[in-house]
Design a protein around this ligand. Structure first.
Ligand SMILES: [Zn+2]
Length: 352
């Protein structure tokens, strides 16, 4: 999750982003047996948010370790490189100016080939980067590294397991792309780079799903769908999400102003702004008390460690996203967008 104001490079305090800044009690986590999926997610988070990975800061040693890990997992699952440059398989380099410096980093792009790629494509995103030892990491005593266990090792772990499940078949009709985006914490830079130079024409993407800051909600938690109303085609995607939730026994609850403010701080916004329907479907964002507690006490702090993640709902959301992506990749279930550009909106501000 990018900081408020990150898209415009404006420094804003977390307190200002919240309606009130009174101290909150940490939410207690009740010990319980973990499901097989939770164990799998936990093992990914333990690696990606380890001190060895140095907080996954762009250009750091953690960048290479993170991309190596993700590429190995995707390749082992049977996915292909999703870049359109044979000279840069899997990893698409891009650069941007940030605080007076040129940052050179990468998106990692994988693809599960569909039987009918001419029918379009579907995209799943999770940003791989975090704050590491950088200046914006709020240190906690002797702990000087922001490991980003919730933000966003939890989303990466889900993306790996979703890819593994989808690759087992049946083969989708449309191509399914997986984007582990870089530079998100500096203002959605990887997503914006992907939008500017996509592996297939951008209008081919009929639906975008983003995973960000997922590891705060317990199993069985209700789920919220965050979408920008701008793209004209988002209605069809929302209908598909509702129908899939009914079939999968997932309880959807309406978003409130408390979570709408995060829309412009997540990678899906880069697609919304181009008229491509993008959603973030998350139990974490439906748990306002837990999310607020996380935002106040661990967000962008050195104590966002693996010990604090709650992956119960994330495990539920793996299965839900597998079902959603299978359906979105089926032209009979999600007809092709015809007027994506008609809903075009512009990034005009980053204020909630
Ligand atoms: Zn963040």
């Amino acid at each position: 999750m990018a900081a408020r104001g990150a898209v415009l490079g404006v420094v804003a305090s977390l307190c200002a982003a919240l309606t009130a800044c009174v101290p909150a009690q940490p939410v207690a986590t009740v010990p319980r047996p973990l499901s097989e999926m939770e164990v799998a997610l936990h093992s990914h988070v333990a690696v990606l948010a380890s001190d060895e990975f140095a907080g996954r800061e762009v250009e750091s040693i953690g960048e290479g370790l993170t991309l190596d890990y993700l590429q190995a997992e995707f390749a082992a699952a049977g996915l292909k490189s999703g870049t359109h440059d044979p000279g840069n398989a899997w990893r698409e380099p891009f650069s941007y100016e940030h605080q007076g410096r040129t940052i050179r980093t990468h998106n990692l792009i994988a693809r599960l080939p569909g039987a009918e790629p001419q029918a379009g494509a579907v995209l799943l995103i999770a940003h791989w980067d975090h704050l590491g030892y950088g200046a914006r990491c709020k240190r906690a005593g002797d702990d000087k590294v922001c490991n980003g266990a919730v933000d966003n090792a939890s989303g990466l772990a889900m993306m790996i397991e979703i890819a593994r499940a989808l690759a087992k078949g049946p083969q989708p009709e449309r191509d399914i792309y997986f984007l582990a985006s870089g530079g998100e914490e500096d203002g959605l830079r990887g997503a914006l780079s992907f939008v500017a130079d996509p592996p297939v024409p951008l209008e081919k993407f009929v639906a975008v799903f983003n995973l960000d800051t997922e590891g705060v909600a317990p199993p069985g938690a209700p789920v919220v769908v965050l979408a920008t109303p701008g793209p004209a085609t988002v209605g069809a995607l929302m209908s598909l999400v509702s129908a899939t939730a009914r079939d999968e026994g997932v309880t959807l609850v309406p978003p409130d102003e408390g979570n709408r403010k995060y829309l412009k701080r997540q990678d899906g916004w880069a697609f919304d702004a181009e008229g491509i329907p993008a959603v973030i479907i998350s139990a974490a964002f439906a748990q306002q008390n837990r999310l607020r507690d996380y935002m106040r006490h661990r967000y962008h702090r050195a104590n966002d460690d693996v010990a604090g993640v709650e992956l119960g709902a994330a495990a539920d959301m793996v299965g839900f996203h597998v079902a959603l992506l299978q359906r979105a990749a089926n032209p009979a279930m999600l007809p092709r967008a015809v007027t994506a550009a008609a809903g075009r909106t512009a990034i005009t501000a980053n204020a909630p």
